[in-house]
Design a protein around this ligand. Structure first.
Ligand SMILES: NC(=O)c1ccc[n+]([C@@H]2O[C@H](COP(=O)([O-])OP(=O)(O)OC[C@H]3O[C@@H](n4cnc5c(N)ncnc54)[C@H](OP(=O)(O)O)[C@@H]3O)[C@@H](O)[C@H]2O)c1
Length: 345
């Protein structure tokens, strides 16, 4: 990293799943920080969160908490991002937000560093981190787009409990234990029992029978890839898995490309690991990739039902590449581009 300046970093939502993971990723990657501040709600004031072999005391978020901060990684709700993002940005902080509040705004870059790093300098103080399924999908689609052009994409997701935050992870654990103990599991954090189940919903309904998650995947993938007219549709499903989102994807290209060519192409794509040998039982699973950084792809097959089409299966850790890691990678890329470190206040 070219800068020698060490930066002051704030993690907003430091007590949550993504915030915890951000602190872990910052330490693991030896992010050039002088000071790291953990912020959360008033409820968490005075609690501690683990950081770099030690712990940080959690402070309550307030406007003054951003004084002297260079980079703020937001991992709280959209409301918090809307309330504090502009305040922080106006005082010279580079805000990288994980909520969906800013993602589709014109003056806010929506960035996956392997795909569209050149959008970073267009920021006006806020950069958005995309949806946890849109990130791995864009990482896989970008090299295919460059090689053969994209005609149409259909995606079905298999999303883990952690994608909905800490409460659903805890509820899934409790439900699984209750079932094992012969008891009736309680249901509070999600519309249906998730243990021993698969739920094709749980997100806010939108027009046409879609839900907000499906709309996010469509709109954000188009924005990241600079393909505003891309023909793409999604079906989102929650599965009883703690960490790691799967995506079954059909891709139709403008030019012909075979499954073998796709396998070779993705084998050298940045941030991608191909695991594709069904005879050797080699294909990615959420359990197998949880805790790792890359986007994994397997089950790459020609689709005989399409003119230029193929199918594949993607898995990535939603808390890392789908959220915390991608946000830290954006910060690292912004540092390289000289887009951070000019604190005004
Ligand atoms: N989970 C994923 O896979 C994923 C992926 C991509 C994006 N995201 C997005 O990342 C964000 C965090 O998700 P998560 O899964 O980490 O959720 P989570 O585990 O439920 O954590 C939520 C965090 O927000 C904080 N918070 C809540 N109300 C607050 C307030 N009034 N002021 C300050 N902080 C407040 C919480 O602090 P307290 O402990 O003090 O309540 C907690 O630290 C969400 O916007 C989510 O959509 C999540």
């Amino acid at each position: 990293m070219p800068t020698s300046k060490r930066l002051n970093v704030a993690v907003v939502g430091a007590t949550g799943l993504v915030g915890n993971e951000m602190l872990r990723v910052l330490a693991e990657r030896n992010f050039p920080s002088a000071r790291v501040v953990a912020l959360a709600s008033e409820r968490s004031k005075g609690l501690t969160v683990p950081y770099n072999g030690s712990s940080l005391e959690v402070e309550e978020i307030k406007e003054s908490a951003f004084k002297g901060i260079d980079v703020a990684l937001f991992a709280a709700s959209g409301d918090i991002a809307l309330m504090y993002g502009p305040v922080a940005a106006e005082s010279g902080v580079l805000v990288i937000d994980n909520s969906s509040a800013w993602r589709m705004k014109d003056n806010v870059p929506l960035v996956v560093p392997e795909v569209n790093p050149d959008d970073i300098p267009q920021n006006e103080g806020i950069i958005a981190n995309p949806n946890c399924c849109a990130i791995p999908l864009a990482v896989i689609l970008n090299p295919i787009k460059q090689k053969a052009g994209l005609e149409r994409v259909l995606v079905s997701t298999y999303q883990s409990a952690s994608g909905a935050g800490r409460m659903l992870v805890e509820e899934l654990e409790e439900q699984t234990k209750a079932i094992a103990d012969g008891k009736t599991p309680s249901v509070a954090a999600y519309p249906y029992q998730l243990a021993h189940n698969v739920v094709p919903g749980g997100w806010h309904p939108e027009a046409g029978g879609y839900n907000e998650e499906e709309v996010k995947i469509v709109n954000e993938t188009r924005k990241i890839l600079h393909e505003p007219e891309l023909r793409i549709a999604a079906t989102c499903v929650r599965v009883p898995v703690p960490v790691g989102h799967g995506e079954s994807v059909f891709i139709e290209t403008k030019d012909k490309i075979t499954a073998d060519e796709v396998r070779t192409l993705l084998g050298s794509a940045p941030g991608v690991i191909v695991q594709d040998d069904p005879h050797a039982k080699l294909y990615p699973t959420p359990h197998g990739v949880a805790g790792t950084d890359e986007v994994y792809v397997g089950r790459i097959r020609d689709d005989a039902s399409a003119r230029h089409g193929f199918l594949l299966w993607i898995v990535s850790d939603n808390l890392r590449k789908g959220a915390a890691l991608n946000a830290v990678q954006i910060a690292e890329q912004a540092i390289e581009m000289g887009a951070v470190g000019t604190v005004k206040a």
